[in-house]
Each structure stands twice: as C-alpha cells, then as structure tokens.
Write a protein that binds this ligand. Structure first.
Ligand code: ZN
Length: 155
C-alpha cells in the first residue's frame, strides 16, 4: 500500500466528518493540520489569559489577606488592651474596697478611744484658767466628718 493510500485510509477511518471536501488525501491532511494548529494556538491563548487571570486574582487575594491580617492584628491588640484595662479596673476596685474597709475600721476604733487631753467635751482650762479648745478632740471630729461626709452632727 502506498503512503498516500495509507493516509487516505487513515483519514476515512479515524477522522470524523472527513474527507469533507472533494480533495486529495494530501490536501485534506494539510487542511486538517492547519485547522488543528489554529485551534491549538487559540487554546494556548485561552490558557495564557486564564493563567494571567489566576495570577492577578492571587495578587489581589494576597493583598486582601494581608489587609485582613493587619485588621485582625489591631483587633487583637485592642482586645488585649481591653483585658489589661479590665484587670487594672478590678485591681483598683479591690484596692478601694480594702482601703474603705481599713478606713471604716480606723473610724470605729477612733470613736472608742478616750481623749488623752480632756474629758471628751472638746474643751478644757489651762493652768492659767483660760478656756482652750482641745486639739485632739478637734482633729478627731475633722477625721470623723471626713469619714462620714453626710454626718453633719457637731461634737
Ligand atoms: Zn479632748
């Protein structure tokens, strides 16, 4: 069998729709090869475009991811600052309670201490018979008023 007959048999047996024109096996083969090369070139173009699109999308995605990560990082910092702040506020509240308790205790102890300078009336006479204000009782009343600001009773 000649080479051209082999080609003609191959085209008829293997290539759907061919031969589609009245032409020799060689011309038909060349036409088919040209068509296939055109299709191949088109397919390569589409692949190139798709690859570029994928690369562009990837760049965009990376930029978006970086921005999101930054945002997340600053949110984490805010959350951690807030939790530090909460801890400080709790410590401050606890300290205030401790101090208020200590002050209350000091105030109630103070109320039970007798004045070392006078009989507790707030005044006394000195050796020359002059009336004097008792400094200790005065300071005690200042402290008691500071501890109970709403207590306007005079000593
Ligand atoms: Zn006194």
């Amino acid at each position: 069998m000649s080479e051209i007959n082999k080609l003609a048999n191959y085209i008829m047996a293997e290539i759907d729709g061919e031969p589609s024109q009245s032409e020799g096996a060689g011309t038909c083969a060349i036409r088919i090869i040209k068509q296939l090369r055109t299709k191949l070139a088109e397919a390569n173009e589409r692949i190139k475009t798709a690859c570029k699109q994928i690369a562009d999308n990837h760049v965009e995605y990376q930029a978006d991811l970086t921005a999101k990560n930054k945002e997340l990082e600053s949110l984490n910092i805010m959350v951690s600052n807030q939790s530090e702040m909460d801890k400080l506020m709790l410590a401050k509240d606890k300290r205030r309670e401790e101090l208020e308790g200590a002050l209350e205790k000091a105030g109630s102890m103070l109320r039970h201490i007798d004045c070392p300078q006078c009989d507790g009336s707030g005044g006394f006479y000195d050796n020359n018979g002059n009336a004097c204000q008792c400094q200790w009782c005065f300071e005690k009343s200042v402290i008691e008023q500071a501890l109970n600001p709403k207590d306007n009773q005079c000593q």
